[in-house]
Design a binder for this molecule. Structure first.
Ligand code: DUT
Length: 243
């Protein structure tokens, strides 16, 4: 059974190579317990994507330490680390090929029923089976064109097929209506009892029921807590709520 990983950030700072001026992340510290869902919210450019990109070591920190299950990720094999972590990026990356091939990408050995189960959790099974060719439907230039929300659901399904210990959703529900988003989050809860989940979002409603929410502003954490706590204590959070 999956447990999910614990993730610790300790005084992490980060600047993109060659960039001048202030670092993109300043003195970031937080703990995400195994199986927790953490929401991350903040204005555009506040550093949300940069923060999560450090976890699979797409970039290395400039200062501070990130630990996965207590081990400094600087000491872990990046390939092994990336095997445990699935990131669904802001812009879904699908290729010309069948839906099944797209969903299998990153886990070539997945059985078809695992793929279908993942697609069901991501609210994609319905529209997939509405195509005459179903999972054999070809995407891309000579195939069907999907809506932005359908692409997002396939990207989420692809990540679930990999059965990660850590699932990172980077603002990838923005094109979904709130009902679809809520349904996905509900099914993730059963799946996610064993997965640590980081959920970047623009809308407060997307993160409201997370175990805790991190509020980012200009590369810094300006609040961590539940929705109720932040509504009472975090000016930036209330501003986002009211906008
Ligand atoms: N940045 C770079 N190089 C990159 C990516 C980002 O210099 O390859 C800068 C842009 C911005 C800061 O880092 O000033 C933080 O960007 P990030 O994408 O992490 O912010 P965000 O909170 O995820 O913004 P958004 O909500 O628009 O995705």
């Amino acid at each position: 059974e999956r447990q999910g990983c614990q993730i610790d950030f300790e005084n992490v700072s980060f600047a993109y190579e060659g960039a001048s001026g202030d670092p993109v992340l300043k003195n970031i510290s937080f703990t995400c317990l195994p199986g927790e869902t953490i929401g991350i919210i903040g204005s555009t450019g506040s550093g949300k994507s940069s923060l999560v990109s450090l976890i699979p070591r797409f970039y290395d920190t400039s200062a501070g330490t990130i630990r996965v299950d207590g081990v400094d990720i600087g000491k872990l094999d990046p390939a092994k680390l990336r095997d445990q972590i699935a990131i669904v990026p802001q812009k879904s990356i699908l290729f010309s090929g069948t839906i099944e091939e797209n969903l299998r990408w990153g886990n070539e050995h997945a059985a078809l029923d695992e793929i279908i189960q993942a697609a069901k959790m991501a609210e994609a099974h319905g529209f997939i089976t509405s195509f005459p060719e179903g999972y054999e439907t070809i995407l891309g230039q000579r195939g069907v064109n999907l809506s932005g929300g359908q692409k997002q659901r396939l990207s989420i399904a692809r990540a679930l097929v990999r059965k990660p210990d850590v699932l990172i959703l980077d603002d990838c529900t923005s094109a979904l209506d709130t009902t679809t988003e809520t349904n996905i989050k509900e099914s993730l809860k059963s799946f996610a009892s064993g997965v640590t989940c980081l959920l970047i979002a623009q809308r407060i409603t997307s993160v409201m029921d997370a175990d805790k929410i991190i509020v980012m502003d200009d590369g810094e954490i300006v609040g961590i807590g539940t929705h109720e706590t932040l509504m009472k204590s975090c000016r930036v959070y209330v501003e986002i709520f009211q906008s």
